[in-house]
Design a protein around this ligand. Structure first.
Ligand code: SAH
Ligand code: SF4
Length: 343
C-alpha cells in the first residue's frame, strides 16, 4: 500500500490498521474510530472528526483522506426513485439508482464504466466499455447515497452498469469492506449480485466467504435464442451455466433468482416457460419477470399485459415461484437496463 492513502474507500480493515499504525504511528483503535466516522456517520471530511486531536486531523488532511465520486446530477422519479450521475476522478461517468420501497431502501450500484458484453436489449451494453470501477468507486456511490438520504440504506444490488463477475477482485473487495463489522457491517443477505452468466465468476462467488445473494439473467431457455440476445452465451453456453448454478447452490445453500426480461414476440411464448422448467429442474429457483424497458435505439417492445399473464400462468402451472417485478423509475430512465450515463 502507498503511504498516501488517496483511495481510502478501497481500503480493507487490515489496510486501515496498517496505515494507522505504520504511517500515522497511532494506536490501533484509531482505525476503528476512522472507520466509524466514514462508514457509520458518513463523515468523509476529517476536519469534522471531532474525537481526533487537531494535530492528527491536520496530519490526516495532508494525506487527503477520502476521495468520493462527484455528483453531477440527482433526478427524482414521481414514484420516489432517484437516479444519480457520478463523475470519477478521471472524468468517467456512471449512474446509480436509489429505490425507496416503503419498508426498505435499496441502492443499485454500477461496477464498470459501460459493459463489454453487449446484450442486444440493454442500454449499458450499447454504450460500450471503458474500464472497471475500483472497490472505492463502488463503495463511494453507496456511501454518498446514504449521505444524501440521511440514513442507512438496507440493501445493495450490483445491477447497475456493468457485469460484476467481470470485475471480481474489486467487487468482492467492496463487499468485504461493506460487510466488515468494524466498517459498514452490511449483512450478506442484504447484498445481491446479478450476472449475465459469467461461469468462472459464479464459481468464485460460490467459494466466496460471505454468503451474498445471486441473480442470474437468463432471458431465454435455449442456446439458440440466448445466443442471439446475449453474446456471452457463446462463451458460456447454458449447460456450463446450469452446472455453475448447481455448484453455487450446493456450496452456499442459497436460493438463486432468475431474471427474465420479457420481450414481445422474442421470448414471451409460454412454450419457453416449459423449456425453462426443464432446464432449471432441481435448482428451486425464484423467477423475476422483468417487463422490457425501452432503451434508445432499441428495436424490442414490451409484450401486452395479456401475453405476460399467459407466460406467468405457464410458470404457475409448472409450480415455478415467480413475480413480475414492479417497475420503478422508468420516467427518469432509471429502470433495469436503462442506465447509460449520458451527459
Ligand atoms: N450485467 C448484469 C447486471 C446489470 S443489468 C446482468 O446482466 O445481470 C441488471 C438487469 O437488467 C439484468 O437482468 C439485465 O438483463 C436487465 N436489463 C437489461 N436491459 C434491460 C431492459 N431494456 N429492460 C429490462 N431489463 C433489462
Ligand atoms: Fe452488460 Fe448486463 Fe447490460 Fe448485458 S445486461 S450488456 S451484461 S450490463
Amino acid at each position: 500500500m502507498n503511504d498516501d492513502i488517496r483511495d481510502a474507500l478501497s481500503m480493507s480493515y487490515d489496510e486501515w490498521l496498517s496505515w494507522v499504525t505504520g504511517v500515522l504511528k497511532e494506536p490501533r483503535f484509531r482505525a476503528d474510530q476512522l472507520c466509524q466516522w466514514v462508514y457509520g456517520k458518513k463523515i468523509l471530511d476529517c476536519h469534522s472528526m471531532t474525537n481526533l486531536s487537531k494535530e492528527l486531523r491536520d496530519r490526516i488532511a495532508c494525506e487527503s483522506l477520502v476521495k468520493i465520486p462527484v455528483q453531477i446530477r440527482d433526478l427524482k422519479s414521481k414514484d420516489g426513485t432517484r437516479k444519480f450521475l457520478w463523475q470519477m476522478e478521471d472524468g468517467c461517468r456512471v449512474e446509480s439508482v436509489l429505490l425507496d420501497h416503503s419498508s426498505h431502501t435499496t441502492a443499485c450500484v454500477s461496477c464498470q464504466v459501460g459493459c463489454p458484453l453487449g446484450c442486444v436489449f440493454c442500454a449499458t451494453g450499447k454504450a460500450g466499455y471503458t474500464r472497471d470501477l475500483t472497490a472505492g468507486e463502488i463503495i463511494g456511490q453507496f456511501l454518498v447515497m446514504e449521505q444524501r438520504l440521511g440514513k442507512n440504506i438496507n440493501n445493495i444490488v450490483f445491477m447497475g452498469m456493468g457485469e460484476p463477475l467481470l470485475n471480481v477482485e474489486n467487487v468482492f473487495k467492496s463487499i468485504r469492506i461493506l460487510n466488515h463489522p468494524k466498517m459498514r457491517n452490511l449483512g450478506g443477505r442484504h447484498i445481491t449480485l446479478s450476472t449475465s452468466g459469467v461461469v468462472p465468476g459464479i464459481r468464485d462467488l460460490a467459494d466466496f466467504e460471505i454468503p451474498v445473494r445471486l441473480s442470474v439473467s437468463l432471458h431465454a431457455p435455449n442456446d439458440a435464442l440466448r445466443g442471439k440476445l446475449m453474446p456471452i452465451n457463446k462463451k458460456y453456453p447454458l449447460s456450463t451455466l446450469i452446472e455453475a448454478m448447481h455448484y453455487y447452490k450446493k456450496r452456499s445453500g442459497e436460493r438463486i433468482t432468475i431474471e427474465y426480461v420479457i420481450m414481445d414476440g422474442v421470448n414471451d411464448d409460454p412454450s419457453l416457460a416449459f423449456e425453462m422448467a426443464a432446464l432449471l429442474d432441481g435448482l428451486g429457483v425464484y423467477v423475476n419477470i422483468i417487463s422490457y424497458n425501452s432503451v434508445s435505439g432499441g428495436t424490442m417492445k414490451r409484450p401486452p399485459e395479456g401475453k405476460i399473464k399467459a407466460f406467468c400462468a405457464a410458470l404457475t402451472e409448472l409450480s415455478i415461484e415467480h413475480e413480475v417485478r414492479r417497475e420503478k423509475g422508468t420516467d427518469i430512465m432509471a429502470a433495469c437496463g436503462q442506465l447509460a450515463a449520458q451527459q
